[in-house]
Design a binder for this molecule. Structure first.
Ligand code: HEC
Length: 332
């Protein structure tokens, strides 16, 4: 019984298929042939070259051959050669990730830390490193009160002029002046540091892979060179610095500065503070950016909710209506 029924259904289906194919196929072919007659005839030989197995084999052979030849010549794979595993000697030790208090998407800088960091910069780093992009006025309201900054600026002499006699003169610094440089030019900076140039620190946090983590690790990472590693005279071993040998010696030691707020000035504390300060210097808009980001989220979130509600409100009559055809009664 069952098998009979199945056979019958199969027959039925196949016959239906054959009728439809018998009727549909010729008409499809005709229209296809008619429409593409001109293009088909010209592309027919070309497409056979492109789809032939011989072409495929030749192209594969060419690719494999050229990669092999390139590897033979240059010793590494083309294009993906740069993805080699990072080597300690070339890239330095990867810094650990530190729990910065401003790391979260809604966290602001620790401004007490910026203030201490400025002190470390001024008392230690400023002897060699400039901070070209920061003016005194930038510190106002961030780490210091305006009168404090005016006082600090006034302690530095700036060249100004020319005056009525056409001469340049020295005057005390103002809020609009930029941070004083330790060296008048690059040559003087190199001459003072055995040929190495202490880079400007304004953007250093953004300019180094690893950002603040790198700067912190660099400052706290000075160790004796491991067995078998010799460091050239005048250089210092630091595994975080690419190459391992850095011209800057260890500069931070416990108790080097005295914080007025009573924070113990350990090496790691000073490194953390000065890195926070340099992070602020590289990204002074940081706090404002996160604040505006939160405001934008709130505003656009509310607007989205409002527009979703309005959309549903406006569309309700359309979405819920039912169209019914009621034939006229007196038609018959
Ligand atoms: C005695 C001079 C001197 C002092 C003080 C000094 N540095 Fe340097 N610093 C250098 C020199 C020189 C270099 C360049 C090193 C090199 O290229 O090998 C350098 C390089 C650096 C670099 C860049 C490393 C890199 O990846 O290129 C950073 C960051 C840095 N110093 C931070 C600091 C901080 C922060 C302080 C203060 C706590 C400081 N330095 C104090 C001389 C100094």
């Amino acid at each position: 019984m069952a098998s009979k029924a199945t056979t019958a259904r199969t027959l039925l289906r196949s016959s239906a298929w054959s009728t439809s194919s018998r009727t549909a196929a010729p008409s499809f072919k005709q229209s296809f042939g008619a429409r593409f007659a001109s293009t088909q005839s010209s592309t027919a030989p070309a497409s056979s070259v492109f789809t032939s197995g011989a072409t495929l084999a030749a192209a594969t052979g060419l690719t494999v051959g050229s990669i092999a030849w390139y590897t033979h010549l240059y010793g590494e794979l083309p294009l993906i050669g740069g993805v080699s595993a990072s080597s300690l000697a070339d890239n330095g030790l990867h810094p650990a990730e530190h729990p910065w208090s401003h790391k979260g998407v809604l966290d602001s800088f620790d401004h007490a830390s910026i203030r201490r960091g400025y002190q470390v910069y001024r008392e230690v780093c400023a002897a060699c490193h400039s901070l070209d992009r920061i003016a005194w006025r930038n510190l106002v309201g961030v780490s210091h009160a305006v009168d404090e900054v005016k006082e600090m600026a006034a302690e530095v002499e700036y060249e100004d002029g020319p005056n009525d006699q056409g001469e340049m003169f020295q005057r005390p610094g103002k809020l609009s002046d930029y941070m004083p440089k330790p060296y008048p030019n690059e040559e003087a900076a190199r001459a003072g540091n055995a040929g190495a140039l202490p880079p400007d620190l304004s953007l250093i946090v953004k300019a180094r892979h690893g950002a603040a983590d790198y700067v912190y690790s660099l400052l706290t990472g000075y160790i004796d060179p491991p067995a078998g590693v010799t460091v050239r005279e005048g250089l210092n071993y630091n595994p975080y610095f690419p190459g391992g040998a850095i011209a800057m010696a260890r500069v931070l030691f416990d108790g080097l500065v005295e914080y007025p707020d009573g924070t113990p000035a350990t090496t790691s504390q000073m490194a953390k503070d000065v890195t926070t300060f340099l992070h602020w210097a590289a990204e002074p808009e940081h706090d404002e950016r996160k604040k505006i980001g939160l405001q934008a989220l709130i505003i656009f979130g509310s607007l989205l909710t409002l527009s979703l509600y309005t959309k549903r409100f406006k569309w309700t009559p359309l979405k819920t209506r039912k169209i019914v055809y009621v034939p006229p009664k007196d038609a018959h």
